[in-house]
Design a protein around this ligand. Sequence first.
Ligand code: SF4
Length: 432
Amino acid sequence: MSEPVSTSVFDIFKIGIGPSSSHTMGPMRAAQLFCAALGNRADVTRIVVRLHGSLGATGRGHATDRALQRVLPAQCFDPERDIEWLPDTPDLPHPNTLDLVALNHAGSVVLHHRYLSVGGGLIEQVLPNGQRVRDSQAPPARIIHRVSSAAEILALCAERNLTWWQIQLDNESLVPDEVFRKLDTIWQTMRECIQRGLTTEGTLPGPLGVRRRAPETYRLLQQPDVRLPLRDPLELRVHAYALAVNEENAAGGVVVTAPTNGAAGVIPAAFAATQDVHGFSSEQIHRGLLTAALIAGLIKSHASLSGAEMGCQGEVGSAAAMAAGGLVEMFGGTPQQVEMAAEIALEHHLGMTCDPVGGLVQIPCIERNVMGAIKAVHAATLALGSDGQHRISLDQAIEAMRQIGRDMHTRYKETARGGLAKVVQDGSRVRC
Ligand code: SF4
C-alpha cells in the first residue's frame, strides 16, 4: 500500500523570493541547514558548494549563486571561487543535487552534507547510508485521514460526507484558526505580488531584455477600442495577473511557491481574477488553497513537482491541476468535480518540456503561467458544467505524467539544453 499523502499546505505555499524555488529557495534552505549543523565551529575557513545536474546547468540563470551568498557566511564563501558547476555528474540521486563542504585552513573536510532540492523549495538530506530525510518548515502533518490516491479521497468523501479541503485541513497539525490565519498571510502575499507586478514597468534582469507586460495587459480592461479576439473581463484579468506574478518572480521579488516559483502565477491569477469577478470570501479562498494543496500532495507522492524531474508538466501542469480543483471547490462543486477538473488541467499539460531560454525563468515560463491559469479556469468550467463522471482519472493522469517525466530526455528537464533554449542558443533558422 502507498504511503498516505502527508504534505502540509504550508510546504506547498511558502513565501520566498524569485526566480526559482528549486534553484534559489531550495539551495538557500540547504545552506541554512548546513550552517545550523556547523554551529559555531571556529576552524571552518572555506565552504565549497558543488552544484550537480540541473543546478549546475541552469544555476547561473536561476541565481543560485546569489541565493547561496545570502545565507553562507561571507568570510568562508565566495561564489566566484567556491561554487563548482557540475551539470554532467553521473548517477545522481536527484537531478537537483548539491554538496556543501566545509574545509579548515589545511583544506581538510570538517563537514560534508549532500542535499536534494526536490521541487517547490523543499529539501531532502542524503545521509551517508543513502537514506533520504525530508526537511519540512511546516509543522508535521497529523494524518487523521490516511489517503494515498484520488480514488481513496473520493471514497472517503462519499463515506464520511467530507470534501477535499476538509481532508487537508484535518491532516494539518495546526488548529483550524491558526491554519486560516496563516493562509490569510499567504493569500495577502499573493495579492501584493499581483499588485506590484501590475504597477511595475520596465525590463526584467538578465541578458534577454524581456519587457514587463503585466501593466499594459491590465490596461486593456479599460480600453474597449483595442480590438481583441477575447474581451472577457475574467480572462483578461487572468492574463494580467499571471504575467504580474511571474514578472515579479523573474525580477527576484517576493512570491509564494504554488507549488514552485516558476509556476507561481497560475493559482494567484486563477483565484484572484475569479474572486474579483465573482466576489469570493476569504473562507472560499481558504478552501481553494487547501484543496490545491491536497492535489499537490498527491502529485508529489506519485510523481514530482520538480521541473528537473518532470519537465514543465510537473510545475505549470501541477499548478493548473491545483488551481482547477481549487476553483471547483470555491464554487461549491462536488468532490468528483474537483477530481475531474484537476485531471482535465493536468491531462492537457502532459509532455510539456522545461526549456528555459538562457537558463532564466522568463521565456517561456512567464507566458506558460498565463496559459496554465487559463486552462485551469476552463477545466473548472468543464467540470462544474458536468456531473463529474469522466473516463480518465486524476490518478491515471498523475501516473502518465510520472512515466512521461521518467522517459523525457534530460535535456528537456530544466537544463536549458533542449527545446526553445537550444533553438535560441543555436540561433537556428526555420527550415524551408
Ligand atoms: S519552463 Fe516551466 S518548469 Fe521550466 S523553469 Fe520555466 S516554469 Fe519552471
